[in-house]
Design a protein around this ligand. Structure first.
Ligand code: AMP
Length: 292
């Protein structure tokens, strides 16, 4: 496995690779959710490139950039074991040299949900992903359904800017009690960690309500909210039942829908979602005990 830290190292390494090249952008502190994307690339592509870059541009001033968890040594060992060909770990000054002033803004789909709480977040995400795509030039790039809005924003950017890259969105990987795996779960203490499974339970309630015939989106939001509010350690940011491509809130669910939420437990904001597409629910995959 090669490790590139400069653009020259990346470009030299990239030239030797067979195509298609599959790419997984990450911020490191890898868990089985990230590794599921990497394993999928290994199956579907000739070469696997993973980036590890904690992107300052997607953190708000009050957010956890400084405290964001990191463990490069463990990440590299995990990626090597998955058969990754190249890890691209640029320095912040490579991605944002002094005097930096170019940004990618994806308009409407960046505004609701996560975008309402984190106003410049998706500008930071779209910009860094565009730059990573330009550097790595993959044929396919893999993202997790965990960050449903991020996947929508990236798809829109790729379409609008004519990137010749296929975007593949992979299932959400969960802990055994249903909590969506996230690098930020380490912030939870044991009481908070126990409380955190309420997000999954609440989505399940919403799903069962739909299965019993409820099609009124407001009613589904109410079912989900009731379950979350029953857990005293939670503080809701949003609960949404929206169109999965436009992210516009629905009145009636007549076809596809994205049920999503952001919930604070203490200072940690957790997100989760279930996706309804063509009559099938995509609720993610429960794993066994987490690694490590
Ligand atoms: P991050 O390091 O949080 O920026 O995540 C890197 C990629 O891994 C993104 O495409 C995420 O959506 C994806 N990812 C993170 N957590 C999970 C998970 N639990 N299941 C599936 N994909 C995930």
């Amino acid at each position: 496995m090669q490790i590139a830290k400069t653009l020259d190292e990346l470009r030299n390494a990239r030239q030797q690779f067979n195509e298609p090249i599959g790419f997984v952008p990450t911020m490191g502190f890898l868990h089985p959710g990230h590794l599921s994307l990497v394993k999928r690339v290994r199956l579907e592509c000739s070469s696997v490139v993973v980036s590890i870059f904690i992107n300052p541009a997607q953190f708000g001033p009050q957010e956890d950039l400084v405290d964001y968890p990191r463990d490069m040594g463990k990440d590299l060992a995990l990626l090597k074991a998955c058969g990754v060909d190249l890890v691209w770990a640029p320095k912040p000054e490579t991605m944002y040299p002094g005097g930096y002033q170019t940004w990618v803004e994806v308009d409407r789909v960046s505004k609701p949900l996560e975008g309402a709480r984190r106003p410049r977040h998706f500008r930071g995400v779209a910009t860094v992903v565009a730059k990573l795509f330009n550097a790595v030039q993959p044929q396919k790039a893999y993202f997790g359904q965990k960050d449903a809005q991020q996947a929508v924003v990236i798809r829109q950017m790729v379409k609008d800017l004519n990137f010749p890259i296929d975007i593949v969105v992979c299932p959400l990987i969960r802990e055994i009690d249903g909590l969506a795996m996230s690098s930020r779960n380490v912030y939870l203490n044991s009481n908070q960690r126990q409380a955190a499974s309420v997000l999954y339970r609440a989505l399940k309630k919403g799903q069962s309500s739909y299965e019993s015939g409820e099609r009124n989106a407001k009613k589904l939001r109410e079912v989900i909210i009731k379950e979350i509010d029953a857990e005293p350690l939670t503080h809701r940011d949003y609960v949404s039942v929206a169109h999965p491509d436009t992210l516009v809130e629905l009145d009636i669910i007549d076809q596809d829908a994205l049920m999503s939420m952001a919930v604070y437990i203490g200072k940690t904001c957790l997100i989760d979602n279930f996706l309804l597409r063509n009559g099938n629910w995509h609720t993610g995959q429960l794993t066994g005990e987490p690694e490590g």
